[in-house]
Design a protein around this ligand. Structure first.
Ligand code: SRM
Ligand code: SF4
Length: 575
């Protein structure tokens, strides 16, 4: 049932009981703050506290190396500060020239030399000294890459299903993903002034047409999925667009609102939530739908308590029907009813695949998205990019594709990998667990990490591979995800097996999400160490091996057999 909404607050008026971040935005002069001064302060590797909030809107985070935090504190040294920068790459598509720029930036301007592919199809540089930030932004800008709105209380990187066998639809969906990304960019020139030296001719922008002076109450995420693949986890997005395909072309989208995964351990006010389907729109209407939904969240989201300020809580509080009624009013027409779709899978198709147009795509496995400095894979990727015979595409599973390779070029690409003795993994060479695994960055850079994720996941997988091999399940696709804290960056509550860090070496275990990604998992084990995790999973995997129905997935099996009670909605998430 839809309720009548109160009038929205005046644009640019500070909210009642504003959170500290609202106050920082209010006095930031449209995201300028004192960042410029902080960059030239040579006495510290850090910048001012309020500016640490503002640089996020420019795609940048101040971090410190947690591996050496204690030791430096004992020696009375300031923390080992550096910066992380996240690019904005809608749909994950990047040209070879851009990849070469990314590679050289990582090598020359960061202390880590690494590139980190993210779970939202973009990439991050870690370990950037303060003095290198401007050069890094400028080098990227030269190749038309930017980090505007990659973080902060604005719309973030827009995701889009990359699988190329659906190519005509994919192209149309990708174009809409990039158009949404562009349309929802902030208008302020602060990024260009601070990082690229543009002159401030306006004396500060006086209008921010969509966001207003206070931007959104919280981060906002949009993704486009192309069934049967739900690789972008469309139900976890603030707005998920589900492509409806007719006669091999894009007919429109079902609109899912109010998904989101972040929560705080034991705080029952917070929870992961799968989004609600509110109806169908045509491709032409999609950008306006996104714009107005973002504006509704701007007007009605919680600006007092950041723990409750994501769109999912606005949707839960007001009801999806109320949001839909408000959206219809703002659009000036009513959304059509949704069209049924089916979800079949979420993983990537590793290895070589021929496209309908006869060209080739190569999907390369990148364990947890980390392309570490001077590794063969990182070097091979830049050598392949230098051939200039393909584009690159970052997948929602932290892998990378080389796409659009002509028959005649395939051999040249293959030679790059064979010269480096790199075998090209496909869906038969890796175990079903490893090829469906994701882990977040976590230690040592993430300030919120409570336990390891990316650095530990490969070890745990080796243990679990022993179990599934014995049970003859080695090739079964089972989606497993790990994060170092409950914020959900590797979307663990939508993994059939989800591990969420509690403290060093200890994880909460979540089971029972659907393989298609439309049902959350449930908490089944608390504070487990490696032995505990393996001991918990072993008997369940054994039952799955012996008692599953034809083609039944692990998560579905656990729910059908009553080993896991699936949560009905987000608020039921905490047992
Ligand atoms: Fe995330 C915060 C990394 C995807 C939910 N996330 C962070 C920060 C920036 C920590 C911080 O606030 O200082 C992490 C930086 C770590 C580092 O050292 O690099 C971080 N998040 C990541 C990435 C890089 C994980 C990865 O391994 O790929 C992903 C970058 C995506 C991108 O390219 O934009 C990443 N984060 C996600 C996702 C998954 C998604 O969006 O599909 C989620 C869950 C979905 C959602 O938003 O609900 C997610 N990150 C969070 C949250 C919890 C938000 C909430 O609603 O409570 C935080 C903490 C916060 O915002 O306060 C967070
Ligand atoms: Fe950091 Fe937690 Fe996100 Fe992992 S899930 S990157 S530990 S915020």
């Amino acid at each position: 049932m839809s309720i009548k909404l109160p009038s929205p607050k005046q644009p640019d008026a500070l909210a009642e009981n504003p959170s500290p971040v609202e106050i920082i935005k209010d006095s930031s002069d449209y995201l300028r703050g004192d960042i410029t001064d902080g960059l030239t302060d040579n006495l510290t590797g850090a910048i001012g506290t309020s500016d640490q909030t503002l640089i996020k809107f420019h795609g940048i985070y101040q971090q410190d190396n947690r591996d050496v935090r204690m030791e430096r504190a004992a020696r009375k040294l300031e923390p080992d500060y550096s910066f992380m920068l996240r690019l904005r790459i809608p749909g994950g598509l990047i040209t070879p020239a851009q990849w070469l720029a990314v590679n050289s930036v990582a090598n020359e301007l960061t202390e880590t030399g690494s590139i980190r592919l993210t779970t939202r199809q973009t990439l991050q540089f870690h370990g950037i000294p303060k003095e290198n930030l401007r050069s890094l932004v400028a080098t990227c800008e030269h190749r038309l890459l930017d980090s505007i709105a990659a973080c902060g209380d604005v719309n973030r990187n827009v995701m889009c299903t990359p699988h190329a066998e659906l190519s005509p639809t994919h192209t149309a969906a990708y174009d809409i993903a990039t158009a949404i990304s562009r349309r929802l960019l902030p208008a302020t020139r602060a990024y260009y002034e601070i990082w690229l030296g543009e002159e401030n001719l306006t004396g500060g922008i006086t209008e921010e047409p969509l966001y207003g002076k206070h931007y959104l109450p919280r981060k906002f995420k949009i993704g486009i999925a192309i069934p049967p693949s739900n690789d972008i986890d469309v139900y976890s997005q603030d707005i998920g667009f589900v492509s409806v395909v007719k006669n091999n072309s894009l007919h429109g989208f079902n609109i899912i609102i109010g998904g989101g995964l972040g929560m705080t351990h034991s705080d029952t006010r917070t929870y992961p939530r799968v989004g609600d389907d509110i109806g169908f729109c045509t491709p032409k209407q999609a950008i306006d739908v996104a714009w107005h939904l973002v504006a509704i969240q701007r007007d009605y989201g919680n600006r007092s308590d950041r723990k409750l300020s994501r769109f999912k809580y606005t949707v839960a509080r007001l009801g999806a029907a109320t949001i839909k009624a408000e959206l219809d009013k703002r659009l000036g027409f009513a959304l059509e009813p949704s069209v049924p779709v089916q979800w079949m899978h979420r993983g990537d198709y590793l290895g070589w695949h021929r496209r309908p147009d006869g060209k080739w795509d190569l999907t390369l496995f990148v364990e947890n998205g980390r392309l570490a400095a001077e590794t063969s894979l990182k070097n091979a990727l830049s050598e392949a990019a230098a051939l200039d015979c393909c584009s690159l595409l970052i997948t929602p599973n932290q892998n990378i594709m080389l796409i659009n390779i002509a028959d005649s070029d395939r051999i040249r690409v293959e030679a790059v990998f064979s010269r480096r003795k790199l075998s090209i993994e496909d869906n038969t060479t890796l175990s079903g667990l490893r090829r469906n695994a994701m882990a977040c960055v976590s230690m040592p850079t993430c300030p919120l990490a409570m336990a390891e994720a990316e650095r530990y996941m490969p070890t745990l997988l080796t243990r679990l591979e022993n179990e599934v091999t014995t049970l003859n399940l080695r090739q079964n696709d089972i989606i497993i995800r790990m994060t170092g804290c409950p914020n959900g960056c590797a979307r663990p509550y939508l993994g059939e097996i989800g591990l969420v860090g509690k403290s060093p070496g200890r994880y909460n275990l979540y089971l029972g999400a659907s393989y298609g990604g439309d049902r959350l998992s449930s908490l089944v084990g608390k504070n487990l160490n490696e032995e505990g995790i393996v001991a918990f999973l072993r008997p369940l995997l054994e039952k799955y091996a012996n008692q599953r129905q034809d083609d039944e997935r692990f998560g579905d099996f656990l729910v059908r057999t009553g080993h896991v009670k699936a949560p009905q909605c987000g608020a039921d998430f905490h047992p």
